[in-house]
Each structure stands twice: as C-alpha cells, then as structure tokens.
Design a protein around this ligand. Sequence first.
Ligand code: NAP
Length: 308
Amino acid sequence: MTIIYNKVALIGLGLIASSMGHGMKREGIAGKVIGYSKTKKTRDASLALGFVDAAVDNIVSAIEDADLIVLCVPVGAMSEVAKEIGPRLKLGATITDVGSVKQSVIEMISPHIPDGVYFVPGHPLAGTEHSGPASGFADLFKNRWCILTPAVDVKKSACEKLQKYWEALGANVEFMDAEHHDLVLAVTSHAPHLIAYTMVGVADDLSRVTDKEVINFSAAGFRDFTRIAASDPTMWRDVFLNNKEATLEILGRFTEELFDLQRAIRRGDGDQLFDYFSRTRAIRRGIIDAGQDTDAANFGRGDGSDEQ
Ligand code: NAP
C-alpha cells in the first residue's frame, strides 16, 4: 500500500486511536504517526505497543506539519481540543474526528477551523467495551462502516482522500448528513446501550435479593447486555448528553412498543407476540446477510467487536 498521508496526528490514544495506529502501521499508509496524550502512562504504553512513532504531551507539537489530524477524544472534550489546535493547523491539512455523535461535535469543532483546512467529520461504527491504548487492534475496522458527514462545501478531493484512508484500514465508507447520522445511531446504538445499562442495573438490584443468582445463572441474552453495559462511562455519558433529541425520540417510541407488548402478555395475546418476534427475527437475518454479524452462538462477537 502507498502512503496516503505523510504525517498523521492522533489526538487521544485510546481504543479507536490505537486501532487506527496499528492499522496504519500494518498497511503502510502513513509516513509518520504522532500521538498526543496528556497522561504519561498512555504515552509510554502507546510507544511500547508501537502504533505511534512518537508520543508527545504537547498538543501543538503533535499537530505541527500534520496532513491528517484525527480527534480521538471523548465527545465532551472535542471543543477544548479544537480550540487549542485550530489556529495552528497547517494550510491544506484535513482534520477529522471519530466521535459517536455528529451534529454537536460539528458545532464544537467548526468554529475553530481556519480557511484552507478541511474538516471532514467521521464515525467508525466499530468498537468494543474496552478502553485505552492497549485495547486497540488493526482489524477493528475490517468490514465495518465508517460514516463521513462533511459539509456540502468541503473540498471533494479532501473527502475522497479520507475515504481512501478508511478503506485502507478495512472499512466501508458511507457519506451522510450529520442529522441523519444521529438519528440512525440513536436507533442502532445509543438507545440499545441505554436499554442494556438499564437491564443490567435492574438485574443488579435483583441479584442483591437473590444472592447472586443473576450472575450464576446468567444466560446468553443477559451476558450480552452486561458486555454492552461495561462500555466506557465517559464516552456514553457524552453520547447521551450530545445526542439528546434523537435518543429521546427513539426511547419514546421504544417505551410505547414496550407497553404494547406488556399489554399483549397481560391479555395472553400469543398471536401479537409471535408476529412481533417473527418480524424482529427477520431483521436479525438481514444483519447477518449484510455481513455485519455472524450466526455464531456467541452472537458473533468472538472477536469482541461491536458497532458503536
Ligand atoms: P478511550 O479508549 O477511552 O480513549 C480516550 C482518549 O482520549 C484517551 O487517550 C484519553 O487520554 C483522551 N482524553 C480524554 N479526555 C481528554 C481531554 N479532555 N483532553 C485530551 N484528551 C482526552 O476512548 P475511545 O473508545 O477510543 O473513544 C474515543 C472517541 O471515539 C470518542 O469520541 C467515542 O465517541 C468514539 N468512538 C468510540 C467507539 C467505541 O466503541 N469505543 C466507537 C466509535 C467511536 P488519557 O489516556 O490521557 O486519559
């Protein structure tokens, strides 16, 4: 593979950044990868793992002369980071982010982007419940979607180059309007995470009463919930605070359907339950047919990968 960007700056060195770093190294698509983290332990681990060529504690020196700057910090930290680096970005550089919410992140970053720098927001739909520099792996993005949500007037060649970069990391790229992204993700990821957090919380209350039965007899469905509910608290707090409207809209619909199913159980309406479950089973088949999960008994998550 040939070099796509001469110098890439990874701002934040957690799961997503480390996976990108490993991927860039393996594919040989970056001349040099510089990482920034404020924490020494993170910088030392990143260097030792070898997914960056240098790890610095000075954000300005990290982005100096960088052709691609990737903001890999929690959504709530995007604004302060963009403010600090905005005035120092190289003319002609591309800046992107990997935040799980797009509209509010765009509002946070855009005001700090100078003319002549191209801002192409992004979101790889790939992740695990693990965090930090040691959790990344080069195949995280393989056959996963990466959604790019640039404004309509952003230079086309900058968007195409970033698309090529993500494709080299193994992802499939889709361009989308930021508002639409936030609604789609509220359905496919944000609301399900909140439901998993709630379900595990409820079970935890129950387990106090039943002397850890919930853990001992944890069946596959519940175990899957616990894995999702182990996701990073900072990341998910920021997701809900920043995708408020779409998440509340979907949770409203969810609650209505839940009440409907609750009534069906109370009435003993087996037909309604059977029809509903048949419809949802077909959706599951559609996901497998689209190559976004496998039929394995472990819910296809033997590799720990997930879409977030
Ligand atoms: P992570 O493993 O927790 O790493 C976060 C990194 O951000 C750490 O290096 C941390 O630095 C740094 N950081 C935190 N607050 C900061 C601040 N105020 N200023 C500067 N650096 C800061 O997180 P991640 O899972 O890679 O997630 C990063 C981004 O990717 C988030 O925006 C998230 O929404 C998005 N995303 C995550 C997933 C997923 O499944 N995890 C999937 C898709 C997209 P220190 O080490 O110095 O504390």
